[in-house]
Design a protein. Sequence first.
Length: 584
Amino acid sequence: MIRTLVRLIPAQARGQLTIYVVLSLISVMLRAASGLLLVPLLVALFGPHPADAWPWVGALTAVTVGGWVIDMTLARIGFGIGFTLADTTQHEMANRLTETPLRWFTADNTAIARQAIAASAPDLVGFVANLLSPFIGALLLPAAITIGLFFVSWPVGVAAAIALPFLLGALAASQRLVRKADAADAAAHSALTERLVEFARTQQALRASRRVTAARSQTGEAIGAVRGATLRLLLFAIPGQLLFSVASQIALILLAGTITTLALQGHLGAPAAVALAIVMVRFLEPFTVLADLSGAMESSRGLLERLNTVTTAPLENSPQGSPLPSGESRAPRIEFRSVGFGYQGTEVLKDVSFTLEPATTTAVVGPSGSGKSTILSLIAGLHTPERGQILVDGTDVGEIDPDARRALVSVVFQHPYLFDGTIADNIRVGHPEAGDEAVRSAMALARVDDIIEHLPDGAQSLVGEAGTALSGGERQRVSIARALVKPAGVLLIDEATSALDTENEASITQAIGNDPHQRTRVIIAHRLDAIRNADQVLFVDDGVIVERGSIDELTARGGRFAEFWRQQETTAGWQIAADASGRV
């Protein structure tokens, strides 16, 4: 955990951390000294010359005051380190996630990232300022007292040296017993959080299917798992507590027996024995503190590990390259050369090769799961090919400056996400520098005008979280306007009209075709109207391009695409009609 903490703290704060550690050691030594000074103080106080106790009282006062000053300084430095840690990790996570490969975002890693981001600054600040200092003190104080006892009474020092590893071992063993159960409990609570969020977001579908109660959903299963994990955690805690309690009693008997034996043999006077008994209590007390802090330290360890997981997530291999010779706003020529790609060991694309000529429109069709969206993701730079090359105007994408690569492409996703803001703001997300005229033009092309004319605040109307204030088709129109407002040379459209009815689909398809900006377009679609004007078609199946050519060429060939085209034309002519009795 300490290693993780050191890695997370930025280099500029390492000096403060060194001072923090040094002052923590000094604080421990002063606290140990304050206990050990009781021995000569009581011996002098109850000796033949009680006034000899005054110098020891002065020494005890100086040590105590020095400890207060050190502890206050430690608290101030701890808060400073904590705030630096909180600020740095939050910024580092935000920057890291934007450069992490999308394949890293598995269900587990996504949950870890969500929990790490949700960790509040007070948690991190409190860990360093209010938890780490007591933990370090409780861990090192018994060792410091043990060393000091050798100078006061070496037999008692030997007894403490025997008890110290015995107690630490018992404490570690007791924590090891509950650690696995605690990890299972944390995982169960994490899963419950995910299920509760999912349960809240899917209420519309759940109510429609009459699965409103949590017990009849995955949330109920998650609640049951949490109950079982918590019960196991409590059961595992019992033997751990018993083990530590027995070890503490044995250590107490060892130390008390040593002091008593020395007193009975005349090696210790009564005042010294009483003082050593007080020191014995000071020696054992930190172990109770360690046991009390162990739960909070385990939680903090989990928090630091989650932060470390996110801040050390792999980065895309995108070294600084050169800008595109033709610029980002001109329609480029894109070439795939024997490209291969897969997800988590499953091959999706297999030696795919094709060429997209500048300012042309290419339709990618094929059955679900054939690799169509993966092709778009590779063009967009969301993934990096595992084999082969992708060339843009003859330049390998790996050699293009990342910012130029991102500026090159504009995407319309099948399931668009709108941010909680106005319609105009959501459109301007595609090109923050766009002027009002460019935004209005994009809205007109995507038929967003039809939406805002019925809203009281027009383009300044709020869309709600994830665009819930708009219908699915309206959200898709806003996302299309967002893509069109960006002056990118490549436009990728992934089932952009799937949420629209036939009439709106035709108007949006026409609007995209009327886009005055010269772009190289790639469209994934299953409806004829969306691809009827495509310059070429790529028919993909099982990660391989099985057919390519113009629509006329492929329909004349009578292959897979011709069958697809025939089925589409047949279903496009379906109508709902009444039978002879007038029933529909």
